[in-house]
Structure formats: structure tokens, C-alpha cells
Design a protein around this ligand. Sequence first.
Ligand code: URA
Length: 409
Amino acid sequence: MHVPTLIARKREGEELSVAEVRNLVGGYVSGEVADYQMSAFAMAVFFKGMTAVETAALTRAMMASGDVFAHPPGNTVVDKHSTGGIGDKVSLILAPLVACSGCRVPMVSGRGLGITGGTLDKLEAIPGFRVGVAMEEAAEILADLGVVMMGQTERFCPADKKLYALRDVTGTVPSIPLITASIMSKKMAESLEKLVLDVKYGSGAFMKNRADAETLGDGMIAVGKEMGVEVHAMLNEMSEPTGCAVGNALEVIEALECLGGGGPPDLRKVVLDLSEVIAGVSRENLEGMLDDGTARRKFDELVVRQGGRVEDLERLSEIHRAPVIREITAPVSGVVTGVDAGKIGQASLELGAGRSKAGDSVDFSVGFDCLAKCRDKVSAGDVIVRIHASSQEAGERAEVAVLEAISIG
Ligand code: URA
């Protein structure tokens, strides 16, 4: 394999063979293909795309770059994955909730990607929480609790672990074949029976319009079908953030509210819409398990098992208190007509909630909460968002950004 030639052929829009795609992925995982070469390849794919055969080959190669789960017979194995959004803390609630319905949920998630947040970064806002559990331990946790929440490791989807981090910082995220292979390689390696995909479109998503989201969803359903998994894709608009909190610790706090039966209605709705598709019980049952604390108890058990402490969950706002908290008020009275998810996501990234280089650490404390929702009636002077920032200057920059993002008519 001559890597520069493969990159140049993809740059010219040629179709690579299944073996070439496999060798490239294998070489990348072994270190034979350098990060800069894979970045150039990802950019070529971004511009020239991949055929369905190439995308399937990439998915298979990434899945086969590590081990796959082997589940004992018994409970149905299911999962959910989102294509990425702003304030999207759904997984933190859905995974324990669906596990309470008797299904097994081996949820493998990612870190923040582009302007979107990542489940792993949110979980790591819980002191001690280990997302890098080994396969053997993951299988034990799954057997005992019915749920495990983890990331890609050196042994599980290592190709996605490396490529995901690279795409995050090289402007190569919003590519249908790269998103498809990234998501479906992880989900196929989980050895699922049923998967629900939350395919987002709008300013805060990688697919800016519904038609592109449909194409992405259809492509992922096709890959799932080929691999014998029942895949459902739900299209959900991401033009305003989900819920009222954006930022790692702030989103965990909001997820805990939802796990306790409260939280913003739009968050609860999307959790239930997606859970209903994969759980073996009715929506009413699922609602009951949020309201009576069953789902929250499952989450607490998971936190303890993966290294965290339940006491810390109640203290997250103290543990991750940002040095600067600014309340921003409505400049005029009226109705909120827009909260631009893309602008809020970008502002959150610039506050430090995401990365600008591979390996950067994220600031768990920064972000936004008390965010107004579309159709809210506000009076001049009402708080429409609180900014959590690491410095006065960062808070001032975020203020300009949120005032541009929130429109009141
Ligand atoms: N989630 C993933 O796991 N990968 C992507 O590329 C986008 C969302």
C-alpha cells in the first residue's frame, strides 16, 4: 500500500477497493499510516464522498479493528446513538432507563465532536467516573446492571478512537460516510439486536437540512441491515439546544433532574420517544420509571460501579463551579423566536467545553444554563441565560455570542 497514492486517488474522487480501505484502516491503527496522512484522507473523503460499498468497507474495517461484544443468551441487547447535537444529554438518561426495562444496553459513546458535546466528556465531569473500562469489566458490569457506558479503547474500536479525535480537530466531521462508519462501527461491535438512531438536523447538527439527515439515516439503516441489526432512525430537529443547559457538568445536572422525573419537557420527550423504540415496555412504564426514581437508582448504581460517588452527584455545581457566572437578561419584552443551537454550540466550545487540538482537556465547569426556550414569553430584564466562564473576558465574549443567538420578537 502506498498511502500518498491512496490519498491522491480519493482526492480525485476515485473509488477505493474494499482491500485498500481495510489496509488503510489497519495501517492507521498500527501506526504505519501517520495522523497527517489520515487527516488528508479524511479531508479528501469530506470533499469527494464515498460510495455505499466503500462506506460499508470502512465501517467493517473500523469495527474489526478491535474486539466485539459477545453476549450470553437472554435479555435483548439494544442501544441508541445520536449523530450529535447541542445540549444533547439524552444518553445519560436513556441508557439507565432502558436497562430498567429489562434490556441490556452496552453503550459505547464518543467525546465532544466539533461544536457538539460528547457523552464521555459529560460522564467524566462526575469525579472518578471511568469511561475506559476494559472489555471483560464492561461485560461484567453489563451482566450485573444491564448497562455499561464506555468509550472506544485500544481494544474496542481503536480505529474510531483515533479517527474520531482526529476529525474533531481537522474540520472533517460533517461527512456522511465518516459519520456513518464512526457510529455504525461502534454499534456493530456492540453486537446489538436493535438500535435507534437520533439523526439530528439544523444549525446545531452536522446535517444542516432534513434531506441530508434522511440520507445519513438511510445509509446507517442499510449498513445495519447488511449486518443483521434492526435499525430505526428518528429525525429530530436541532435548531435550538435540547433542554436549558449546554456544557459538560451543567448537562449532567440537567440529566439528573430528568432522571428524577423533572427537567425540561423537550428533553424528557426525546428521551421517551427514543426509548420507546428499543425498550420492551410501554411509554407509560418508562415514564413511571423516571417519576418513581427507578431510572435514577440505576444511574447511581452505574456511577458507583464505574468509579464515581453518589454523594458527588448532588454536589456537581459546587465541584465544578466556574469562576465567573453572568446572568444575561432580555433586552426587550416579547416571545423568544429563536435560540440558535449552532451559535450556542460554538460559544460553548469557545468557553472551553470542547477541544481545539487532539488531546486537549475540556473544562467541565463552563457553558450555559437557564437558557430560554423558543416560544417562552419574556419581559425585559428577565434572565434568558446564565453564562459559566473561566474568566471575565471569556464571559464577555460569550455574552456577545448568546445575545446574537437568542432572538426575541
Ligand atoms: N457520533 C459518532 O460516534 N460519530 C460521529 O461521527 C458523529 C456522532
